[in-house]
Design a protein around this ligand. Structure first.
Ligand code: ADP
Length: 261
């Protein structure tokens, strides 16, 4: 609670009382705390790869360069860590664009089926590397008003997560169907699942159930926050259902017609 006070004085300069204004600033304080946490998280996420890039470069210059095996191993780490920095910065910029008030989607008529088929080659490669089978069941008459580049990002993020959080030899399925006046995209996997208590938090920026697994797979911790913003920007909705060690299903509903709010 914040209290502001001011005296009430009449024309003859006599005290008539005071005015007290009470502001409930809990909401503001929470926002301020969230902003601080975010800055701390970003700094930490940037620091980790930079420390590693610097350390391995110094070790190379200090002599490790002479050893063929070490040289290759260290350069691979430096490359991987630079890629992590790049994805992190890409996701941060994307999120900051999506969070701007005046932000607008580039709405056009898009075939959701074509859009999903366009991204299959990208994710198929990731699935093959882990011996994961990628299944598709795509209904065709699914034209909606949408931002195609951003909707592609949504599907890529969900399918990449499904692959990352599913052990080798598992299955990932993408389905597309009509659901009344909406289009429904489902991405399900036979992976590690999400514990029930974590489900409400997974759309928060940098929230991860398993930090090590997320980092190892190249995750930035921002993917689902981006997904949620894009889906809600289209006035759609997203649901998640998961059973620990059995698998996870994300469902997205997108309206066929876009109405500007
Ligand atoms: P990350 O880059 O860490 O994957 P996301 O925002 O995409 O970040 O996801 C947040 C967290 O939600 C992940 O770290 C992971 O713990 C959990 N998660 C997301 N998708 C899945 C999934 N398909 N199966 C299990 N856990 C998932």
């Amino acid at each position: 609670l914040e209290v502001l006070g001011a005296p009430i004085i009449n024309e003859s300069n006599e005290w008539k009382g005071v005015v007290l204004v009470f502001h409930d600033i809990t909401e503001l304080k929470n926002l301020e705390q969230m902003r601080k946490d975010f800055v701390a998280n970003v700094s930490h996420e940037l620091k980790t790869p930079i420390t590693s890039i610097r350390g391995f470069s110094e070790t190379l210059l200090d002599g490790a360069m002479q050893d063929d095996a070490l040289r290759e191993q260290f350069i691979k780490i430096i490359l991987k860590e630079s890629q992590r920095l790049q994805s992190l910065i890409h996701d941060l910029l994307e999120l900051s664009k999506l969070e701007k008030e005046e932000f607008e989607l580039n709405i056009e008529q898009v075939s959701v089926k074509d859009l999903i088929q366009d991204i299959i080659p990208i994710v198929e490669h990731q699935a093959e590397e882990k011996d994961i089978k990628l299944h598709q069941e795509l209904q065709s008459d699914t034209i909606i008003d949408g931002d195609s580049a951003r909707l592609k990002q949504v599907v890529i993020n969900l399918v990449t997560n499904a692959i990352n959080y599913t052990p080798s030899n598992g299955d990932v399925t993408v389905t597309l169907e009509k659901h009344f006046d909406k289009v429904k995209i489902t991405v399900s996997d036979s992976g590690v699942g999400i514990p029930e208590e974590d489900i409400p938090r997974i759309f928060e920026r940098f929230y991860r159930v398993d930090k090590a697994r997320s980092r190892n797979s190249g995750g930035t911790g921002l993917g689902l926050a981006i997904v949620k913003h894009i889906v809600e920007g289209h006035h759609g909705s997203i649901e998640v259902e998961s059973a620990h060690q059995e698998g996870t299903t994300f469902r997205i509903y997108l309206p066929e017609k876009f109405t500007k709010s």
